[in-house]
Design a protein around this ligand. Structure first.
Ligand code: HEC
Length: 132
């Protein structure tokens, strides 16, 4: 390597190293400690455990407005709609987010939900799907 490239090389190396360092600040518990078990004992809440996951990952196709266009009419927004869907199609929603081959894999066209989001929804369903 000729001398005039050395500073460029060092700058490049610093850029690579600094990007590695910022990766260390990505502090999602599950990614840092993938084997940590999910909390399955606390009371799950529709508004603070279920809606945030669905609104980020599903409402772009399954909200009231978007479902007719992108979600084949399946509305998962709103407690009553979700509850009715779960009642009429037991296990389909869970199978779809678990991507276990027993339903179409959701979210469609994107990566699987993280394991504790799936677990939270499953626990909420088992706890009686409360409107809490
Ligand atoms: C990009 C749009 C899109 C996103 C995002 C999306 N879906 Fe879907 N979903 C669809 C479409 C379209 C269908 C109808 C079946 C098909 O064509 O895949 C569907 C079908 C389903 C079904 C029925 C599956 C079956 O086997 O009958 C369920 C349950 C479902 N979605 C749940 C979800 C959940 C929960 C999320 C979020 C974690 C989600 N979807 C995200 C587009 C989407």
């Amino acid at each position: 390597m000729s001398k005039k490239f050395t500073p460029v090389f060092i700058l490049g190396l610093m850029a690579v190293l600094s990007s590695l360092c910022t990766a260390c600040y990505y502090d999602k518990e599950e990614i840092l400690y993938p084997d940590l078990p999910c909390d399955t004992t606390r009371q799950m809440s529709y508004s603070s455990d279920v809606v945030p996951v669905l609104s980020v990952n599903c409402y772009n196709c399954h909200s009231l407005v978007n479902a007719p266009i992108y979600g084949e009419g399946l509305v998962l927004e709103g407690y009553a709609n979700l509850r009715t869907y779960l009642f009429e199609n037991p296990d389909v929603l869970l199978n779809s987010i678990k991507q276990n081959g027993q339903a179409l894999a959701m979210p469609r066209g994107s990566t699987k939900l993280d394991k504790c989001s799936i677990s939270d929804i499953e626990v909420w369903i088992k706890q009686g799907q409360k409107n809490n």
